[in-house]
Design a binder for this molecule. Structure first.
Ligand SMILES: Cc1cc2nc3c(=O)[nH]c(=O)nc-3n(C[C@H](O)[C@H](O)[C@H](O)COP(=O)(O)OP(=O)(O)OC[C@H]3O[C@@H](n4cnc5c(N)ncnc54)[C@H](O)[C@@H]3O)c2cc1C
Length: 421
């Protein structure tokens, strides 16, 4: 007599969405395989803290194997997904055999969209991955050390930074970089005139934080300006070269660093699936979060265009949406394997929030109530601590945030190179 095979569930991506799904499959009578190109999960909301030396790598990247080691039915592979054949129910992977599945969970996230801006792919510093944040940190430190040795570079704009995008990524990056400049760097490089080290935030629309109410937008501009960030709205970046940023208006900004926080699109792999894609190359999903005509395939997190059943709007690309949709997919598959019906996804909105700098954040609740300043920063901290994957990570983040708040010091502002001395 042949033993019956357990259903196999393949989860692609170890972000909030993929990890959330794996954790909810713990009790399922299934073999679960989680694939990610990295052996770590990236906590993107804290990338700006890594880029500005407030946290080190281990505060932002967490071992995926650690995160699922209590789920005994989950196996992890560190490899790149190179192809997905939805008809054959098979996933192709780099350097190992293809995986067959009974259920597939697509949690591959998004990728940066440069909107075809000339030179951006080659010269901009995006803020999406852990390596992006480290690259930016090293580059900024390199520019300051270079200017320290050769002050003529300062006049060439070596220390100026242009940040593109007035959404949460751009605003939090600009705020944190300005605090790094006016705090630690002012002490580290006392001979560098701070007015020659500008942080300029460029937003194409008429205001920063378009998703927030006017009072929060006004507060954000004030908080940025208090930190010496120069806010330019209604300006579009036309091209980027290693030392210059040209705007569509014709103005040229002398800056050796351009941080790109302006846009995302669904992971490039979605284009090969033969699916009709929604705005931003995201996969449209059913209320259960399955892909049209493919009830065995779930799409969750940033890769999916999930309609909120309450507002009928597409949910934003947020950690809480990714985690909750991941939990839903995991629970839904577990229910189906147990012979029960799947239920529609219901998003629990904890408010839209973003940080600007130390003690400065904004929160807008679903009902329209708003908060700003330190109160909002505490709310941001509470919601984001809950997103951190383990209690150990939460404890570590609290200690590091408290330490930085008291000392105002960014101890991670060192460059470690693997090259020989
Ligand atoms: C700078 C920044 C700040 C943010 N701040 C906040 C915030 O304050 N609050 C908030 O709620 N949200 C924030 N977000 C959004 C939030 O981080 C995302 O919505 C969330 O991470 C999406 O989770 P995900 O699991 O869908 O995708 P991801 O977290 O992107 O995970 C996708 C995973 O898939 C893997 N992968 C991709 N392609 C392949 C491949 N071909 N093969 C193998 N593996 C692959 C990646 O390595 C990655 O681990 C921020 C995002 C950024 C970029």
């Amino acid at each position: 007599m042949t033993e019956e095979r357990r259903p196999s569930v393949v989860i692609l991506g170890g972000g909030f969405a993929g990890i959330g799904a794996a954790q909810k499959l713990e009790e399922a009578d299934a073999d679960v395989v989680l694939v990610d190109r990295h052996d770590y999960h990236t906590f993107q909301p804290l990338l700006y803290q890594l880029a500005t030396g407030l946290l080190d790598e281990s505060g932002v990247g967490h071992s995926i194997r650690d995160l699922v080691h209590d789920e005994h039915n989950v196996t992890v592979h560190k490899t790149s997904v190179t192809g997905i054949d939805l008809d054959a129910r098979e996933v192709q992977l780099a350097g190992m055999d293809a995986l067959s599945y009974d259920y597939l969970v697509l949690g591959l996230g998004a990728q940066v969209n440069f909107f075809g801006t000339d030179g951006a792919a080659e010269h901009a510093f995006p803020m999406y991955t852990l390596t992006d944040a480290l690259r930016l940190k090293d580059h900024v430190l390199d520019r300051w050390e270079a200017a320290d040795k050769d002050p003529s570079l300062i006049e060439d704009g070596a220390l100026n930074i242009v940040v593109v995008g007035g959404g949460p990524t751009g605003v939090e990056s600009a705020g944190a970089l300005a605090e790094l400049y006016r705090g630690d760097f002012a002490r580290d490089y006392p001979n560098v005139p701070q007015d020659k080290a500008r942080v300029i935030l460029v937003e194409a629309g008429p205001s920063v934080f378009a998703m927030f109410k006017q009072n929060l937008r006004d507060y954000t501009v004030k908080a940025l300006e208090k930190r010496t960030v120069e806010v330019m709205t209604g300006e579009i970046v036309a091209s980027v070269s290693p030392k210059r940023v040209t705007l569509k208006s014709g103005e040229t900004l002398e800056a050796h660093t351009l941080v790109w926080g302006a846009g995302l699109q669904g992971n490039a792999l979605v284009q090969s699936l033969g699916l009709t894609l929604e705005r931003g190359n995201r996969i449209g999903v059913s209320p259960e979060l399955t892909v049209p005509e493919r009830p065995e395939v779930y799409a969750i997190g940033d890769i999916a265009a999930i309609i909120d059943e309450k507002t009928k709007q597409v949910l934003p690309q947020l950690g809480s949406v990714a985690l909750q949709s991941g939990h839903h997919a995991g629970e839904s598959i577990a229910r189906r394997i147990a012979g029960k019906n799947a239920k529609p996804f219901k998003y629990r909105d904890k408010g839209t929030m973003a940080t600007i700098g130390r003690g400065a954040a904004v929160v807008q609740m679903l009902g329209g109530k708003t908060m700003k300043g330190m109160k909002a920063q505490v709310a941001w901290g509470t919601v984001h601590l809950a997103l951190l994957p383990t209690n150990e990570d939460r404890a570590k983040a609290i200690v590091e945030w408290a330490g930085a708040a008291l000392s105002h010091q960014r101890t991670g502002r060192i460059t470690v190179s693997a090259e020989s001395e």
